[in-house]
Structure formats: structure tokens, C-alpha cells
Design a protein around this ligand. Structure first.
Ligand code: GLC
Ligand code: GLC
Length: 813
């Protein structure tokens, strides 16, 4: 069953039933001010950091699941009935409900007894605020006298503290109300220079104290004031500051009225905090003109149009037209859009990530670049430099850093031995996209220590050497706390409830080795060699190649199990991911990554490994992490065996790693298999089974329950996952084969046999490429013609004669 449909022309997913299996969300904002919004207007907003600058409050882990939001109520003054056009929180019997999640905006509305109402929510570009545009139409044949209410519950900034420290927080809340605008200024009197504001285009009455608005023992579903039809002009002093506005609406038949609400965030310079100086009154001089601009519907419409153009332009960088509608929709719209969200949020704030835990992951953010770098290269550049500045002098890396402070997170620390290599992968993706070699010369600190600056290139060198200095008994890389699989904790040996599997370490870490890191090392080593070559560092390039080659030898000798690649050796030196194992006999990560890295392409190992994936791990819902699932807790394996079989790393379908197998299949030239795996987890292709899948059909989820789970096929943890970038990368660069390289755009499709071809448009290094691929034979060998001239090889050279439009034709035979 479906809960809506794709409107590809408008780049929207239209939800037509409010009680979706789970809240289906969207992100507002793509620069500094962000909001999460569900299909029934739930969610919250924050400035840059979901933990430290939370603007509005949300209640996780509460029933109903999605509570707290940007709630609007309408009230009919003749019948005294009230309802929410977004269904929540009143859950009234509305009709014609629609929620349109689009690129950076969401419009939710419905009709109730002849009154149609829609609210469009979005964050204008380059502003730290969000706009709610409410339009109300009277379809009755009599005049309607209505009231509208808009409400938001403020968070007292630090979301963690806000949810726990009530003894203090119930006494700190403060607001001001001026010209009908509510200013939330808790702690502004002391060390905070920021405040939030909530304005309205037609203010009449307001409330700022939650209890005055809701009434005793009442929830957001039936506020006392809305029921009564009048707000009380309450001024919060402690307790729970909110912003609520009342607008009075008179509509003739078929008349429409529009109201604008603006929720914003602002920081004042310390010396200009108060106005007049010396008073305790918030200086509002900067925000007043901004409010005036956007509370005007014309100003709001113009900002919306700019946002629309921004996405038109951003998505226009890569557009494809293939025989498969799901591919087109994901590549052209939703997968690219999700890559923007994962880049912005890393794994911090979604409906599954609380925004108070993890900051930006080192490995995660580097991988996210694979799907993002072409959209806003300048921000990718900045991110790379921020990440590299948290690298430790050893070449190791903090596993995470806080976006607001940009400093490594000491609680989790480092020691995840795959981390440093992802910096090479990220930088390489950036260089291939932009050709901006200057980034390698940027001075970057280690561990954010002033004075420790070294060129970014040196960071990459240290990343590489980090592994060479940490090899285990077989010559494979030591795993540390974990590798890509955060739950393979081979040095943890935790038997105490509540300990972190990631940071508890009971073993010295001198024995357990990772074949996955070995594959990653080979891959990253060769990428680094190619970079060194271009810098004229021949000896260095040779060193990277020879070390990568040696590691390949070690993998062949100690990392091969006969029919597939081993996964690891544990602290006893016992094999993981081997025929010898009772459970966890075959794993996806080492096999996928080794094949992706080209290991075993020549001697048949990659082929065998990919066949093993097909025979042992592939299911109709995607490829599981390993088999057989761990049926009990293994002290020596850690968190992986803590999950019930079929969930998460314990044999769930971890969508992040499926693309490694897709890419592995393309390296073997098997386009049908690659595309088949791509389709199995493609959310759009799963739309028809929304009751089983349950998560949004327009974005990837981190996990789909594996075959060992009774909920096989059910997705969980949507939006913030490396799945977004890797699937985008696999389909665009390896299956469709439009691949960035250091020397130009490579065109090397490995598409299904029955596809007659496809077309694509790609803007790359200032040139617009129109690409037409035609299949003339069953294979993957390509003959290219560039502006009518045949070209040898598969790389389209970057024009040196100033051409800005290039036509490429590729014939597959
Ligand atoms: C989560 C983490 C990621 C890790 C993966 C597998 O997605 O964010 O860093 O690689 O789980 O454990
Ligand atoms: C848990 C999750 C894993 C994630 C890790 C990050 O271990 O199972 O997916 O990577 O937390 O902290």
C-alpha cells in the first residue's frame, strides 16, 4: 500500500494520508538554520548545532511518537469547533489532506467543513529564520468568521540540558513581546548573545507561557485558549516559554486570506546586546527589518522563488534520463537531495538521531562528500579542512567533532583504525570533481592546536602511515576500537551493562586485525599515489603503490578464505567471516570493499567473492551484513552480537555497504547484477510496499531488517546514513559510469543488458556535458565521440579551447 505519490515535475513527494506508518519527514534549511518537519507538522528547529542551539522543543520517545511541532489551529467562531489543518495535534476529521515534501520546503494542508487551509514552511536562503505561510480559503456559501492560532514551544537552547535540568530551567525562561513579536531570550541577560523571535503578519493576541496557552492537564491536542477562542497575552517568567499568535479571519465565500509567521534566530555582538545600552532590553534593530521583509507575503514569495531556483540549479549539475523511472527520480531529485541533508547533518539530527549525541563523524562526513562534492564544492572544501584539523598528530583521528566548536570530541576519542583513510577518499573525490589542487597546500592544524599547521597533503601522508605503523601478526591492519563496522569491537570484551562498546577497551589491541581496513588501505593508497604523481612526487607515488601492492599480497595470503574474503582476526587470532566459523561465516564489508578496490579482479577472487554475496547474503530486500547471524552474545566480538539476529550490524541489510557490492559487480562488468542490487534497496522502487518498508519512500534508510528478523523488509533510521552518498556514487559514477577523475570526466557505463542506452547532463569544471549512451552490443566497451571527434579511451579531456558546451556520444558494444 502507498501513502502518497511522487510528483516528479514539481520534485515533491505528496503524502495523502496523515497517519503514515512512521512520521515521514523533510529538512528545512541547507546552510546554518535548520528544521526537521514531519508530514503532520511535527519536528523542531536549530541553528547550526542541534544540541547547543536548539530553538524549539521536541519530545522523543513519547507517545504519540511525533509530538511537538509548528502547530497551527483554526477555529470556527460560529460553531466553536477547532482543528489542525496538518491533522496533528488535534487529529480532527479533516478531508483532502496533503503534505507536499519538496526541496527545502513542506506544504501541509487539508479541508474541514468547507474551510481549506495550507501552510508552506521553508527557510529562505542566507537567512537564519523559517517562514510559515498560511493560506485559508472559504469554500462555503456563507461568510466565515474564524480564528487562526500558530504556536511553537521554545527550547532553552541546550537540548540535553533542556530535557533534564528542570530544577534550574523552570526558573530561567524569559521573553519580551514588542509590536506583536515574541522574543525568546532565556539566558540572554547573562552569557548568551542570541535570542529567538516569532512574528506574525497580523498580530492580535499572543501567549508566551505554555500553561496559559494549553491550560492545566491539557496537551497540544486541545489548548484551552484555542477552545475558548482567545489567547491571554501571558508573559512567561520561568516555566516554559512558548510563542503563540492569534489572527482573526473573516472570509467571504471563495475568499482567501494569507498570514505569514516568521520564526528566527539572531546573535548580537556583545557590546550591542541591549537597547538602550545599559538596559536589559534585547537589541532588536537588526531583526526588525528582516521581519518586515518576510512578514510581507510578497517578500516571502520572492524568497521561496529564490529557493526554488537554488535547487533547480543545484540539481541541474547532474540530470539523467534512463529507461528506469526509479533511477531517474532518485538521481535527479531525491538521492541528491538526501546527500545534501547528510552532508549538513552528518548523523546528528533526524527522527532517529536525537541531535544531542553524535556530532559530525570523521568517517561519515568524509564519505558523505562522495555524494555531495559536485553540488557545493566550496562547502566540501571547508568541511575537508575542518575534518583534517581534528586529525591527531599520529595520523589517527577523533571519531567525531562538534559542528559548533569544530573540535574533536573527547568523549569518544580516536582509535577507529579505518578513520584516517576516509580523509584520503574524501580529498580525492574533491580533487577529481574540482581540479582544485591548491587545497593540498592549505595549512591545517593537528588536533586544532595553533602552531601545528601543516599542508593538507601532509595529513594525507600521515593517514597512510598510520596504518603502516599499526600492523598485526599477519601483516594486516590492526582494527583498533572498530573499523567501518562500529559494532565489530574486537578489543572491547565488555561484560558490564551500559558500557560503550565503542570506547571500552579491555585488550591491548595488538592482535585483532581487519581485512576490511586492508582493502581500504589498498584503495586509499592507490588514490594517494595518483595524487602524488600529479604533484610530481614520483618516489612517493612508488612507495604508496608498493605498500598497496604488498598489502594486496597479504590479503591474498591471509585474508582469503577459499571462496570469499575473510572479515577479520579476533584477539585470539581466530578467523571471523570464514567457513570455519559457526556463525558470521561470510561478511559483506571486506568482500564488497576488496572488489571495489579491484583486489582479486585478475585471479578470479573478486568474481568468487561477488558470487558468494549473491549466494549467501543477497535477499529480495537487499544484501545482509553477514550470515549466519549471531544468535548469542560473543564477548570477543562486541556490539555486533548484541543485536537480535537480522537487525543492524547483526545480519541486517545495512544499506550503506550494498553499493560496495554494486560497484564490485560493475568492476566485474556485470551491469545486470549491479543494477538489480541497486533496485532492491531503491526507496522509490519500494514505494508499493510502504506498509512493510514503513520509512519514507523518497529517501534511503540506514537499515532494512534482514531475513533473520520477523520484520524482514522493514526499514529503520531513515535520512542520515552513508547510504545516501554511496548509492548516489554507485549509480551515477559506476553503473551509469559518469565518473569524475583527476584528468577529466570518464564515461564508463556498466548498465543492464536490456537498456538501449540513456542520456545525461553533467556540469563539470565549468563545462556542460551532454552525454548520449547507445547500446550497440551486449558488452561494456565504449567508443567515445566528443563534439564529433572520436576519442581514444574513456576519459573526455577537459577542453583547452574555452568550449563551455560539449557533446559526448558513447557507443557500448
Ligand atoms: C553507522 C555509523 C557509521 C558506521 C556504520 C556501521 O552508520 O554512522 O560510521 O560505519 O554505522 O557500523
Ligand atoms: C551503534 C550502532 C552503529 C553506529 C554506532 C555509532 O553502535 O549500532 O550503527 O555506527 O552506534 O555510535
Amino acid at each position: 500500500m502507498k501513502y502518497g505519490y511522487f510528483d516528479d515535475r514539481n520534485r515533491e513527494y505528496v503524502i495523502t494520508q496523515p497517519d503514515t506508518p512512521l512520521p515521514w519527514i523533510n529538512y528545512l534549511g541547507c546552510q546554518a538554520y535548520f528544521g526537521i518537519i514531519s508530514n503532520t507538522a511535527g519536528g523542531y528547529s536549530f541553528y547550526r548545532d542541534a544540541r547547543l542551539r536548539r530553538i524549539s522543543r521536541y519530545r522523543y520517545n513519547n507517545a504519540p511518537f511525533d509530538l511537538g511541532g509548528r502547530y497551527i489551529y483554526l477555529r470556527d467562531d460560529e460553531t466553536n469547533e477547532f482543528w489542525s489543518p496538518s491533522w496533528q495535534p488535534t487529529q480532527s476529521d479533516i478531508v483532502e489532506y496533503t503534505c507536499r515534501h519538496g526541496m527545502g520546503y513542506t506544504t501541509i494542508g487539508s479541508s474541514y467543513k468547507g474551510i481549506e487551509a495550507h501552510t508552506r514552511y521553508f527557510v529562505p536562503l542566507d537567512e537564519n529564520l523559517e517562514i510559515w505561510q498560511l493560506s485559508v480559503t472559504n469554500h462555503r456559501n456563507t461568510r466565515a468568521t474564524l480564528k487562526g492560532f500558530a504556536s511553537i514551544e521554545f527550547c532553552l537552547w541546550d537540548a540535553q540540558d533542556d530535557a533534564t535540568n528542570f530544577q534550574r530551567n523552570f526558573s530561567t525562561g524569559q521573553v519580551e513581546v514588542e509590536d506583536g513579536v515574541v522574543y525568546h531570550k532565556t539566558e540572554y541577560r547573562e552569557r548568551r548573545n542570541h535570542f529567538a523571535y516569532f512574528g506574525c503578519s497580523a498580530p492580535s493576541r499572543f501567549d508566551t507561557q505554555r500553561e496559559a496557552f494549553l491550560g492545566r492537564y491539557r496537551g497540544w491536542d486541545k489548548p484551552k485558549t484555542v477552545e475558548a477562542g482567545e489567547l491571554t497575552n501571558s508573559i512567561a517568567y520561568g516555566w516554559s516559554p512558548i510563542g503563540a499568535h492569534q489572527v482573526n479571519i473573516e472570509l467571504d465565500p471563495e475568499e482567501t486570506a494569507q498570514f505569514v509567521f516568521v520564526l528566527g534566530y539572531h546573535e548580537n555582538p556583545v557590546e550591542k546586546k541591549f537597547d538602550p545600552p545599559g538596559s536589559q532590553i534585547v537589541n532588536k534593530r537588526t531583526v526588525k527589518p528582516v521581519l518586515a521583509k518576510y512578514l510581507n507575503p510578497a517578500g516571502a514569495d520572492a524568497a521561496f522563488e529564490k529557493l526554488r531556483q537554488y535547487w533547480e540549479n543545484t540539481l541541474g549539475i547532474f540530470q539523467v534520463n534512463t529507461p528506469d523511472a526509479h533511477t531517474n527520480r532518485m538521481v535527479n531529485i531525491w538521492n541528491a537531495y538526501q546527500c545534501m541533508a547528510t552532508f549538513n547533518m552528518s548523523r546528528s539530527a533526524s527522527f532517529y538521531e536525537s541531535g544531542i549525541g553524535r556530532g559530525l563523524g570523521f568517517r561519515d562526513s568524509n564519505q558523505d562528500l562522495l555524494g555531495f562534492v559536485h553540488m557545493v564544492p566550496s562547502r566540501a572544501r571547508e568541511r575537508i579542512l575542518d575534518l583534517a584539523a581534528t586529525q591527531l598528530p599520529t595520523g589517527g583521528a577523533y571519531h567525531q567533532y562538534q559542528p559548533l566548536t569544530k573540535r574533536g570530541n573527547n568523549d569518544i576519542g580516536g582509535g577507529f583504525n579505518d578513520d584516517p583513510h576516509w580523509l584520503i577518499v574524501g580529498v580525492s573525490a574533491y580533487l577529481k570533481e574540482t581540479g582544485d589542487w591548491s587545497i593540498l597546500d592549505e595549512p591545517v592544524q593537528y588536533d586544532n592546536e595553533p602552531g601545528s599547521e601543516k599542508p593538507l597533503y601532509e595529513h594525507l601522508q600521515r593517514s597512510f602511515h598510520y596504518t603502516l605503523e599499526r600492523l598485526g601478526p599477519h601483516g594486516l591492519p590492526l582494527i583498533g576500537r572498530a573499523d567501518w563496522n562500529d559494532c565489530l569491537n574486537l578489543n572491547c570484551f565488555s561484560d558490564t551493562p551500559g558500557q560503550s562498546f565503542q570506547t571500552t577497551t579491555n585488550k591491548e589491541g595488538k592482535v585483532a586485525e581487519s581485512v576490511f581496513i586492508a582493502g581500504l588501505f589498498v584503495y586509499a593508497g592507490r588514490e594517494l599515489a595518483a595524487i602524488a604523481d600529479r604533484r610530481g612526487l614520483k618516489d612517493e607515488a612508488a612507495l604508496y603503490r608498493s605498500e598497496a601492492g604488498k598489502m594486496e599480497g597479504v590479503i591474498n595470503e591471509h585474508g582469503w578464505d577459499g571462496d570469499w574474503f575473510l572479515r577479520a582476526y579476533d584477539d585470539f587470532g581466530a578467523k571471523i567471516g570464514s567457513k570455519e566459523c559457526e556463525e558470521g561465516r561470510v561478511f559483506i564489508e571486506s568482500n564488497g570493499f576488496c572488489a571495489l578496490a579491484g583486489i582479486g579482479l585478475e585471479d578470479g577472487k573478486a568474481l568468487k567473492a561477488m558470487n558468494a554475496m549473491r549466494d549467501h547474503l543477497a535477499t529480495p530486500h537487499g544484501i545482509v551484513v553477514q550470515q549466519p547471524a549471531y544468535s548469542r552474545y560473543y564477548l570477543q566480538l562486541g556490539e555486533i552480537s548484541s543485536y537480535p539476529p537480522g537487525y543492524k550490524e547483526n545480519a541486517g541489510i545495512f544499506c550503506h555497504v550494498n553499493p560496495w557490492v554494486m560497484i564490485g559487480e560493475t568492476r566485474l562488468g556485470r551491469g545486470d547484477a549491479a543494477f538489480d542490487y541497486y533496485t532492491r534497496i531503491n526507496p522509490s522502487a519500494r514505494e508499493e510496499i510502504s506498509d512493510l518498508h514503513r520509512c519514507e519512500p523518497y529517501v534511503y534508510a540506514q537499515m532494512i531488517a534482514g531475513k533473520d528478523a520477523p520484520t524482514f523488509g522493514e526499514a529503520k533510521n531513515s535520512w542520515l546514513t552513508g547510504t545516501a552518498a554511496w548509492n548516489y556514487y554507485a549509480i551515477s559514477q559506476w553503473i551509469l559510469g559518469i565518473r569524475t577523475s583527476l584528468d577529466g570526466l570518464e564515461i564508463a557505463p556498466v548498465i543492464p543488458q536490456k537498456w538501449p542506452g540513456f542520456t545525461a547532463k553533467r556540469r563539470f569544471r565549468g563545462v556542460a556535458y551532454s552525454i548520449t549512451i547507445q547500446r550497440k552490443g551486449p558488452g561494456n566497451s565504449i567508443s567515445l565521440t566528443v563534439d564529433g571527434e572520436p576519442v581514444t579511451g574513456s576519459v573526455v579531456p577537459i577542453p583547452t579551447d574555452g568550449r563551455k558546451d560539449v557533446k559526448v556520444t558513447g557507443i557500448l558494444s
